[in-house]
Design a protein around this ligand. Structure first.
Ligand code: NI
Length: 186
């Protein structure tokens, strides 16, 4: 089922998500399937549960659409329940990011180059895995959503200032998207 995506300005995007209840495996599998369908429908490469209005620590990423630019992302996808960083490198790198909750906005964002994450996968096994390059960036962007942080928060002060008007319009729902969106107001 395709779910509406909450836009910038929605309270749920600014709320730290709670751990998901692992006892409801069927419910979690169905919800993750809905998240993946929603992400693909919107041509996104990642989605976090708060973006569909569910304040739980769940994220999905899929790098296939980016594999022209990043060949290593061909076939790359992860579904993570209750993820936590166990390592973030001191070396950082910078790249342009966007977000389905902040349509038609991009900004250059600096993030740790390498990370290690412990999470529960869709087989309900606890896994610890290292990521680097754009895969690490995608996961960090979605992890931020679980803490109520948006990529624009990391943009340079000048860039943030430039985006103020655009962000204001998005929070009022004044934005065109090919996918269904929601704000707190409508
Ligand atoms: Ni996002």
């Amino acid at each position: 089922m395709i779910l509406p995506i909450y836009l910038y300005g929605s309270q749920v995007l600014r709320t730290a998500a709670q751990d998901a209840d692992l006892s409801d495996r069927e419910g979690l599998r169905q919800f993750v399937a809905d998240m993946i369908e929603t992400m693909h429908h919107a041509d996104g490469c990642g989605l976090a549960a708060p973006q569909v209005g569910v304040s739980r620590r769940i994220l999905v990423v899929d790098g296939n659409d980016l594999s022209d630019r990043f060949p290593e992302l061909k076939g790359f996808h992860r579904e993570m329940i209750n993820p936590r960083f166990t390592f973030e490198s001191e070396t950082t790198c910078s790249y342009e990011e966007g977000c389905l909750s902040i349509p038609n906005v991009d900004a250059e964002i600096s993030r740790p180059e390498k990370i290690r994450v412990r999470y529960v996968n869709l087989d309900f096994e606890e896994v610890e895995e290292s990521f680097e390059g754009f895969a690490a960036r995608m996961i960090q962007h979605e992890m931020d959503h679980l803490d109520g942080v948006l990529f624009t928060d990391h943009a340079s002060p000048i860039r943030r200032k430039m985006l103020t008007g655009k962000l204001m319009n998005i929070s009022r729902g004044n934005v065109r998207t090919r996918y269904r969106v929601k704000t707190d107001k409508k």
